[in-house]
Design a protein around this ligand. Sequence first.
Ligand code: F6R
Length: 614
Amino acid sequence: MCGIVGYVGDKDAYPLLINGLKRLEYRGYDSAGVALIGSQGLRIHKCQGKVSDLEAHMRDVDRSGNVGIGHTRWATHGAPNDVNAHPHVSTSGDLALIHNGIIENYAPLKEELRSRGHTFRSETDTEVLVNLIEDIQRSEEVDLPEAVRLALENVVGAYAIAVIDRKSPGMLVAARKSSPLVIGIGEHGEHYLASDATPIVEHTKNVVYMEDGEIAIIDRTKGLKIRNVKNQEKTPFIQALEMHLETLEKGGYDHFMLKEIHEQPRSIRDSMRGRLNLAQGEVVLGGIKDYEQKFVNAKRILILGCGTSWHAGLVGEYLFEELARIPVEVEYASEFRYRNPIIHEDDIVIAISQSGETADTLAAIELAKGRGATIIGICNVVGSSIPRVTHAGSYTHAGPEIGVASTKAFTAQVTVLTLMALMVGHKKGTISGSRFHRLLNELDAIPSKVEQVLKNEAQIKYIADIYKNATNALYLGRGYTFPVALEGALKLKEISYIHAEGYPAAEMKHGPIALIDEEMPVFVIATKGASYEKVVSNIQEVKARKGKVIAIVTEGDTVVKGLADHAIAIPETPDALVPLLSVVPMQLISYHIAVMLGRNVDQPRNLAKSVTVE
Ligand code: F6R
């Protein structure tokens, strides 16, 4: 949510900033802006809209400067317009600041600053912060880094910020609390700053992930210094980035989302690599090895997440309860933290997050950690905040997910949850050896089965064309596929803006059946398995009311095929693994409907990836 970039060095800052903003645009696309310091002093350019709008606006202006900051915004305080776009400037015009996060106590600070002569042009909390820094700089007569440090002592909220000062033209000061910041260290003494490593990877592989409470002072001649809020100097911990540039490109696909859907055979395989060992007949999850016994002894598992990650958590509930016989509660992180949840010291909390930055999930983790629970992370973005606050965890290895709608992250999360549940069930003896080995073999076969599902794309596109003008849709599943129904509905609504609801198939008769008429497409996961006959009855109930049924069936099925308006076949697999296959047609249906409706698939309206505000 909001993307930040910065550059200090000898090169022209502007092209680096604008390319960096394009990489970060998934974090918000309400407005974009840059501030540059060069021989012409400090210049700010910003406008409502996308980074491409900013680029067009910049065509006729002076873009020189070796120090600069840039921002792409997801609006929180104030409408998405030119005035509220970042960077924000202090009253004197000397300081420019960009911000990702929320300053909660901005209102009283604004009043006080007003009484001290500061003026405000925007409705943002960020403009308050830049004026606070300037106020301290002047009243305390301190340099920029110290003014930033003192200002942040007065601030309540979350932030990643970068500030430049017309009077210190070779310097950039950055700070973070609960919002991510990465610094790239270039070969020739130049420095890059960004909300994540994607704008940095093409320039350098040497990065420093800033910690909460740290302030970075990047100086063109003196290099990088990091201090903490108590003003103690810290040695920057330089890490090698494991990210490849080609993973950040569309690679010939029309959209990142489509590329990411098609990457799933690979991303699922990568999430199992080195963990599922068929030859030895074992699951080894190195990242949680020291916590295996805790899992085995756990009386309860709590799974926390938001959105798609929460849906993956629901699949995890079925997996852990069935395979490891451990009671599981799956909670929306945002709800969990605002009640007074009962947390025991012997609880295992699994926090799921693609970005590893979701503010609600982070806060829920802190709450559970504070009450003594063991926190295990399942995250995709290496070096993000959540893996750094958990006790242990397993990365999903899905690779960068850039489309705002989550696809390959979901299947990678479910893969890791399946491995965890199998490992614990095997160690506990709650599944027989033969079932364990059968499931390992079946899981190993999933990537090639996903490839088979992807071959149905032409049929799925044909179905998408028929239903693209629907105004509502229902998604039904049962058991393991109920979370897939929720995920299918979420995918459709977020990228096509068609209203959709996911339900357990049996719940339909308790209300939603009233919605069914000949206009209503009903997507039903009706694969062979424990609830097959029951789902067949549910399909008949829909057909009796003239609803249109699009069923996901097991290859070779004839019964549902005979009943449904359309049947999309997926290869046979045990119930526990059906989510990994059945979600793929759901993703493709939503994708093609959204494309046919002319939606911006990778950047749907009002949304942003990496939700760093509560
Ligand atoms: C939906 C989607 C969101 C995220 C949610 C959690 O397609 O992408 O619902 O799943 O915002 O994000 P992470 O997984 O990064 O914590």
